[in-house]
Design a protein around this ligand. Structure first.
Ligand SMILES: [Zn+2]
Length: 117
């Protein structure tokens, strides 16, 4: 039998309080179809949170605000699938707010620029 989570062959499953566990990845065999949050995405959730905070500061400068908020949104979507779901969502929300503020900022800037002469 093969583990549905990591794909390794299971010759002898480990027995834990949760039931039979894959000796390679540690997931419970009966629930391997719905594995826990992807640990590879935990970093993305944290990065998204950091970028969200940074973009809330940098939205005043569109040159920095656009890339930080857009990358924050992309990482936030990814980070939502991790164990740090809350961090990913927080990062995503902050990045969206920053992006909207950034767009509004450049729209107002363009409007002022076009009417001041
Ligand atoms: Zn496994």
């Amino acid at each position: 039998m093969f583990c549905t989570n990591c794909g390794e062959q299971i010759e002898k499953p480990l027995i834990s309080v949760k039931g039979e566990v894959c000796p390679h990845c540690g997931c419970v065999i009966q629930t391997c179809e719905t594995p826990k949050g992807d640990p590879n995405k935990n970093g993305k959730a944290i990065a998204s949170l950091v970028l969200g905070i940074v973009s809330l500061i940098t939205w005043l400068i569109p040159l920095f605000g656009y890339p930080t908020s857009i990358i924050g949104i992309i990482l936030g979507v990814s980070g939502m699938k991790s164990e740090n779901k809350g961090m990913g969502i927080a990062g995503l929300v902050m990045s969206i707010i920053a992006l909207v503020a950034c767009i509004a900022n450049s729209a107002i800037g363009a409007y002022i620029g076009s009417t001041s002469f």
